[in-house]
Ligand binder design. Structure first.
Ligand SMILES: [Mg+2]
Length: 226
């Protein structure tokens, strides 16, 4: 996993080095009246939860809400490489950071504490928008865009960028990504997440839950050999 791949760290730095170039360029050509905002997902974009994944492996268990909340309460997740520097830089340029995450709303306090401890800007209730009724992030993005101009989105899952990806299977996700290709590295900055994501749950498993044996055969049926 990414804990032992310096290439993972390098990909993060690559993303944020490029995001900074884009940001400087956007600011130079900016003449909007609205205040500017960047939207960032939290898990695996801002905070690194890989110790939680390791714990699941160690205990031979799977993701469960209760263990996830337990991990969150520890408030010890570290920043993804390069993100803290990038968001601090943006914030110094008077850009507001909004954190739109599908952590459960009951995790607000510990999420805020964890972000604050590490030193993230705008780590307060007005800027941390967690999941309430719906998992789609569209309505929360719309809320931000009522008062701000969103200049950039950061995420590790395609639904962090656009609702067109909500509940889509692999073929559609691939097709949509081809049609949106100009956004990536432009106003969409994508981090890699090889551990989990919609690529697996909505893509490979098509949004359904399976037992471990079924999952194994589904995985095998969806890879391409020669
Ligand atoms: Mg995420």
């Amino acid at each position: 996993m990414e804990q032992n791949a310096a290439e993972y760290r390098a990909l993060c730095y690559q993303a944020f080095n490029f995001a900074k170039l884009r940001l400087d360029d956007i600011l130079e050509n900016q003449n909007d009246d609205k205040p500017l905002a960047i939207i960032a997902d939290i898990d695996e974009t801002v905070l690194d939860n890989s110790p939680y994944d390791v714990k699941l492996i160690e205990s031979d268990t799977r993701y469960e809400k209760s263990s996830w909340i337990e991990w969150g309460k520890l408030e010890i997740a570290k920043p993804v490489p390069g993100i803290l520097q990038f968001l601090s830089y943006a914030n110094k340029k008077r850009i507001e950071i909004f954190y739109i995450s599908n952590r459960y709303n009951e995790q607000l306090l510990e999420t805020k504490n964890n972000l604050k401890k590490v030193g993230f800007p705008n780590a307060d209730e007005n800027h941390i928008l967690l999941r309430k009724e719906v998992s789609s992030k569209k309505s929360r993005r719309d809320m931000v865009s009522n008062s701000h101009k969103i200049i950039m989105l950061l995420g590790d899952n395609l639904t962090d960028f656009s609702e067109v990806y909500d509940n889509k299977k692999t073929k559609e996700r691939n097709h949509l990504t081809d049609s949106l290709k100009h956004h990536f590295g432009n106003n969409f900055i994508l981090l890699t997440n090889p551990i989990y994501g919609d690529w697996e749950s909505k893509g490979i498993y098509e949004g359904k839950s399976w037992n471990i044996i079924q999952e194994d055969s589904i995985r095998r049926s969806k890879i391409i050999s020669y």
